[in-house]
Design a binder for this molecule. Sequence first.
Ligand SMILES: [Zn+2]
Length: 259
Amino acid sequence: MKKFLAVVVVMLSSCAAFAFTEGDGLFQTALLQSLMQGEYDGVVTVGELKRYGDTGIGTFQDVNGEMIMLGGTVYRALWDGSVEVVSDDETVPFANVAFFDADITRGGVSAASISELKDTMTAIVREHGRNQFYMARVRGLMPMIHFRSELAQKKPYKPLNEALKTDQREFTCRDIRGTIVALYCPDYMSGLNTAGWHLHFISEDGTKGGHVLEVETSDCVVEMDIMSDFRMIVPNRESFDGKKLSVNMQEEILQVEGK
Ligand SMILES: [Zn+2]
C-alpha cells in the first residue's frame, strides 16, 4: 500500500511539473488562415465553446466584433466601441479558449508599449518553455490603451485584411482598469494561427474592449496558464474545403494584427 501511494505521489508531481491535467488544454476553432481568407461563418456556438474554456479570444459570425472570454462570460466588443454579453446561440468562426488556471503569477509589470509588454511576457515564456501554449491575463491599470473592432461583414466576404482597410474602427482609453486576455502560440503554429502574442482587452466594468494595438501598463499583474495540449476543430463544408490553407499569409496576418 505504501509503495502504491508513493507511485501516485510521483505521478502527480510529474503532472504538476508539466502543468498538464485532463481538460487543461488549448481549444481552437478553425484556422486564423481560413478566417483571413473570408471564412466568416460560425463553426461552433458560444455555448459549445464554453465546454472547452472560460477564457479566450476570437470573433463572431460575419466578424461581427472582437471576442473576449473572461471568467466564463463571452463579451463582444462592437465596431462602435460598445461591449455586450453574447448569448450562447451565437456562432463563432475562429477562437482560442482554455480553462484558465494561473501556473505563473508576476506582479508589478509596467510596460511603456505593447512591444515592451510582449517582450516581458515572452521572457516569462522562455523561462517555462517556448514550445508550449500560454493563455495570459494582464490585470490592472492601463494608463493608455488603443484597440480596435470592426463592422460585421456581408457576403460575398472579402479577405480580412481587405475588409479591415475600410471597416476597422479604433479607440483610445486613458487610465482605465481592465484585463488583457492574451494567447501565445509557439513558432511552429504559424500555419494554423499566428506565432507569438495576440491580445484582446475588456475593461473592468465590461463596457470597453477590443483587439489591442497599443498599450501602457502600470503595476499590472500578469498570470499565465501553461498548456501542453492542443485541440482544433474545422468546419465540414464546401467553402472551407475549397480554400488553399497552406499558402503563406504572414504578411496579411501582420497587417490584421496591427504588428
Ligand atoms: Zn484579435
